[in-house]
Each structure stands twice: as structure tokens, then as C-alpha cells.
Design a protein around this ligand. Sequence first.
Ligand code: GBH
Length: 500
Amino acid sequence: MNAVLFIAFGLLSGALGASLPAKQQTQITNKKFPSSFLWGTATASAQIEGAWNEDGKGESIWDHWLHEDPSRSDDHKNADVACDSYHKWREDIQLLKELGVKLYRFSIAWPRILPTGYLDSYNQAGVDYYVNFVKELLANDITPLVTLYHWDLPQTLQEQGGWLNDSTADRFGEYARIVFQNLGPYVKLWTTVNEPHTTCTEGYGNGEMAPGIKMIGDGIYQCARTQILAHAIGYHIYHDEFAATQGGKVSLVLDATYNMPATDSEDDKTATEWEYEFNLGWFAHPIYIGNWPQIMIDRVAKRSAMEGLSGSRLPAWSDDEIEFVKGTFDFFGLNHYTSTIVSAIDEPAAGEPNFYLDTGVSTTHGDDWVNSTASWLWSYPYGMRGLLNYVWKNYNPGEIYVTENGWSSDPTLNDQTRIDYLQGYLSNMLDAILEDGVNVAGYTTWSFMDNFEWAKGYTQRYGIINVDFDSDNRTRTFKDSAKWYQRTVSTYCLVEQCEE
Ligand code: GBH
């Protein structure tokens, strides 16, 4: 049974009152990827670089948060050294070359460029580091895809409120301008912020990530507003000042699950839309369509009223702001890992303001989806095809880059579960490209190598390359998945032999 039939069967059995069949079989396609397809891998500065205070780098919110209380990460470890990529960058580029990838997504540490976040702290050594890095990538025929903000905010800006303060969006613009000026001659693919959904829910909502703020009813929405403004400011600076001479593209990176209704009841279908709008639409709607999703405006207003508040906890955009934000994209940067099955619930009683009560649905995973070593990450390969189609139809982005997709395992080199995951997801990506006409230009798997997994420390490994965190050398070794990926990116084919 192919994936489409499986989904059709799922909906049908829903109609019959059964829950969605969890069993999924993915027939791996033997078609070839288009020769223009850009294969790559992804990392982020705070997760690989280490050298947290070298050559003038300022403290980031992640440095600060874990130095203050090491028990905030599962293994009580921090990112002071991580993969030591700050020193081992030439070796890393040779590994990328050995893998055969044409695209490398990485991020710039804001506190290396502006250690305090303010212009007067400008650090030439930080700029030089990244200029040398991108030149070396180009010399090895690897295209850089650069993220400006992958969660390492200068701590000094946090002390002014961080993403709860509108002025952080202006500070981001000043930082972005410096990076465009210096790296723009070499970099043509930019993303501003990575997964604002995650940093707002976890950094400012449940407080499980730096800066550890628990404002799940209101700060969470202010964080989103500020990051969207920061993105839009960065986009406009690029297009007003640099695009004509540099000719690059700018977007942002949004993370999303593929969501499906538990049954084909109207209520579950509506709940599925709510789940999309409160997670992906929250950010994609203002940028790709304009304003918050209507259901978000309505539901947060309704629940705020139930709570006896005089106005909505969701900050309203002015008409000028809506216009300023709308259309600030040149492609869609999509991170996709897992899927959900969504059910409607009764309206929760008014209580403490809470984003999840605002969303007002219940989500779960299929009974026999395979779980990774991360509790949230379940394999559902069709989700890649389903989500790419959802994004393509709803946001009309013109072009999509899948900027992250990957699997958490133990450190083993024999990581067949990762190969299974990647093969299934990539097969569905190719179906979306060839069968459904979705324009996916490139793919950067998460991750190039094992690295610092935020509040999970080093307990979860996403790399296709193993890093020995017990050795001073941080020795890198190809896992089976890296060898599999190496073959795939050279043959453009997911199986032993593709049809010619
Ligand atoms: C990405 O987030 C990040 O961009 C990347 O830095 C990270 O290393 C990678 O994924 C792997 O995690 O533990 O139940 O509270 C992916 C989206 C959102 C997934 C937050 C984990 C925590 C769920 N992430 N989520 S839970």
C-alpha cells in the first residue's frame, strides 16, 4: 500500500469509527532526485562551536543559563567546548567534502559579532572567523546557507528583556546589517531566525530552554511578535541595502509537524486546523499571508475574556506593521521531524492563561510509530509529503528548502534506525517533488555531527557523524548513516539502483 492509499484508508477507517491505523508502510521510491537538487547538512553555532569566551565572544543566554545552574541540562553539561568546531573548522569542511554535500547550513553566533548586542561592542575577530569560514566553503564547492539567529542571544540583551522587548528587533537589524555587509559577497542564502515557535514556547513559555522564562499565557506571544519583527527588519535591510548588489535570498526557518485528524469528524478536522494555525500559522501567516491567523485572534480573545481580562493576551498588529511583515520571504525554510494525530476537546475551563489551552486541542502519535531516543520524535515518513503539500498550498512560497530533518539515537555507529528514518522521509519528499509538483530546492539533514542538544545536553545524538565528547580531540567518525548519505548524495537515488 502506498502512502496516499494509506492515508485514504486512515480517513475511511475514521469514518467507520475506528481510530487512525498507526501501521504505515513506505515504499521507497526508485526514482532519481533532480540533478539540480542541493544535498546538505545542518548545524548551529551554539551547538557545535564551543570556544564560548574566545577571541572576544560575549556570553550568550545559553552560556549564562547553564553556567548559572548546570542542572538545567539533563547531563549537567554545557556548550563551553561542544564539538570544538571553532577550532576544528577546516577539518569539518573536509568532512563535508568527503560526504559530498553541496550545501551547508550553519549559524552565526551573534555574541561573536556584537558581544553585548550593541554596535559599540563590534568584534572584528568574530567577523573574520566567519568570512574565512565561508571562503573556505566556497573553495570546496559548498554553498553556505546561513542562519543569523539560532538561539544564542547576547546575554546583555536578555538583561533588557530579550525577546520580550521590541527593541531587540532593532538590535537584530543592526547585527544583520553587519553580517550582510561582510559576508554578503559570499553568502546568497540567508535565514533570519530559526524556529521562533520553539524559542517562544520553551524559552518564554514553559521555561525549559534559555532564558528559562515561564510566561506561557502572554510573554510567549510577545516573544513571537518581536521575533517576527526582527525577521521582517532583517529582510527589509537586505532588500533595501544589499539585494541589488549581492543578489541573495532571505527567509526564516519555521518548524512544523504534519497534523492529521483522529477521525473524519468535522470537530477533529477543525481541531487539526487549529493545531496548524497555533504552531505553524502563528509565524507563517503574518509573513506569507498577513496578520495572525484569524482563529488565533478569535480564540485568544475569547479565552482572555473568559479569564476576565480587559483585552486579548495576543498583541495586535497595527495596519502598518501588517504591511511591513507581509511578504518578507524569498523562499520557505522548513524544519520537519514528526507528526501528530489531533482530536477536538471540550473548551477547557478558564484558569491560568496558557497557550495550550488557547490552542484547545489534544494531540497524540500513532500506536506503532517508531520512537527515537527523543520522547517527542516519532517516525511518520508520509508526514514529509503531507506537510510539504500543506505548506505549498497554504503559503505559496515559490520555493522550499527543508532546513532540518533528522533522528535522535544513542551514540552507536550502527544507526540503522536513522537510515530507515531518512530513507522514508526522503522518499516522501521526492514524491512531493515529482508527483505533487512541490518545488523543494534543497535539504540539509540535522545533523552533520552529534552536538550539544540544548537542555538535553549530550544525551541525544542527531549526527550522521559521531563525535567522541570524551576525547580532547572531539574525534569525528562516520556512522553507517553518513556512509548511506554519502552514497545517496552522489547517486541522487535512495535505493541500490534507480530507474534511469
Ligand atoms: C530543532 O528543533 C532545532 O532547530 C535544533 O537546534 C535541534 O538540535 C533539533 O531540532 C533537534 O531537537 O522535549 O517534548 O518538550 C526541533 C523542534 C521543538 C523539537 C521543541 C523538540 C521539545 C519537545 N523542537 N521540542 S519536548
